[in-house]
Design a binder for this molecule. Sequence first.
Ligand SMILES: [Zn+2]
Length: 89
Amino acid sequence: MARRKGGTSRRSAEPDEPLGSIAQSGAPAAPGADRCQGCGNPDLVRIRMTLPDGRPALYVSCRTCERTNWFALDGDGTPVPREQALGTD
Ligand SMILES: [Zn+2]
């Protein structure tokens, strides 16, 4: 094996944070937000946000069936009602 000499300088531990508002990796997990409530697809767009009442939450959008939901990070897996998440009646 002569291909790798002194190969100890790989830089892979640097955080690679996206500049946009969508944080795919590093987004906190919220109960119930691990997969789509509609079709069970685990490949969701997850966006960290704060509910009108100040609770941290996660907005999830399914790539497959386009179902969207909000989940409180300290919730029990029950989706936050749309009216509550948007602060409307
Ligand atoms: Zn879905």
